[in-house]
Ligand binder design. Structure first.
Ligand code: TIU
Length: 247
């Protein structure tokens, strides 16, 4: 058992940095400071997949400006480096479906009436199908062995996945939620987490939307009404709380 976090995990004891992980940290955030015990707080990175982020992927094929999402890569890389250096829990998600489409609701398949939809051939393989190149996580944030990757068929990371069980088994109470897109999979996941009793902190520079107005409102909705769904901060303030020198 790890004495710092009173939980069980494989790496903390050998990779700990000189930060004080056995005490609560405080992040300057809205609507008020986010206090957390690092050993009980996971970094949950939502759907940083090639098809959403890379030029030439499905997102761009639909006419979206991927630069709005790509600006999140570097802040995520720094936060991920800090989490890994401290031996803390990191969990990644990917939105996608079985190659036989058995888990794809017909409503999701036909929504939008587009010419190209989930399961069809796309610029990086079949669109949002597990095992296809476009479905995988971008190389800059690629999961390390031992970091759980949650394959989710919906927008929320808790729906039809074992995420809640993994978090419970590892004693996780709080989540730092990053990734794309702010108003879709990030917001849905934060709301699902909130209803299950997790406190969520969203660093605004680590989440992105193709639409600037949804980015702004998606964050406002989280922190409104005294933090109705959670807290909003940024990667700099989180790293400052760690006293991290990661650049
Ligand atoms: N991950 C995620 O947000 N999936 C989406 O489909 N997002 C859109 O904004 N479309």
């Amino acid at each position: 058992m790890c004495l710092a976090c009173r939980g069980f995990h494989p790496v903390l004891s050998t990779r700990i940095y000189p930060m004080q992980l056995n005490r609560a940290l405080s992040v300057d955030a809205e609507p008020y400071a986010f206090e957390f015990d690092p050993g009980r707080t996971a970094l949950l990175i939502i759907d940083m997949q090639r098809d959403f982020l890379e030029p030439g992927g499905f997102g761009e094929m639909l006419g979206n400006d991927v630069s709005q999402l790509r600006r999140t890569i570097d802040p995520n890389r720094k936060l991920l480096a800090a989490w890994r250096s401290a031996g803390l829990q990191v969990i990644h998600t990917r939105e996608g479906h079985r190659p036989d489409l058995a888990d794809l609701p017909p409503a999701k398949k036909i929504r939008g009436l587009g010419k190209t939809s989930i399961g069809d051939p796309g610029p990086m393989g079949r669109i949002l199908i597990r095992g296809e190149p476009g479905h995988d996580i971008i190389p800059e944030l690629y999961p390390l062995p031992g970091e759980p990757v949650i394959d989710k068929p919906g927008k929320g990371a808790f729906f039809a996945t074992d995420l809640h069980a993994i978090l419970q088994n590892r004693g996780i109470q709080r989540l730092v939620v990053t990734g794309v897109t702010t108003e879709v999979c990030v917001n849905t996941t934060v709301r699902e987490a909130n209803d299950r009793g997790y406190d969520c902190l969203v660093p605004e520079d680590c989440v992105g939307s193709y639409f600037p107005e949804f980015q702004e409102m998606g964050l406002k909705m989280i922190k409104a009404q005294g933090g109705i769904f959670g807290w909003v901060s940024d990667s700099g303030r989180i790293l400052a709380a760690f006293g991290s020198s990661v650049t």
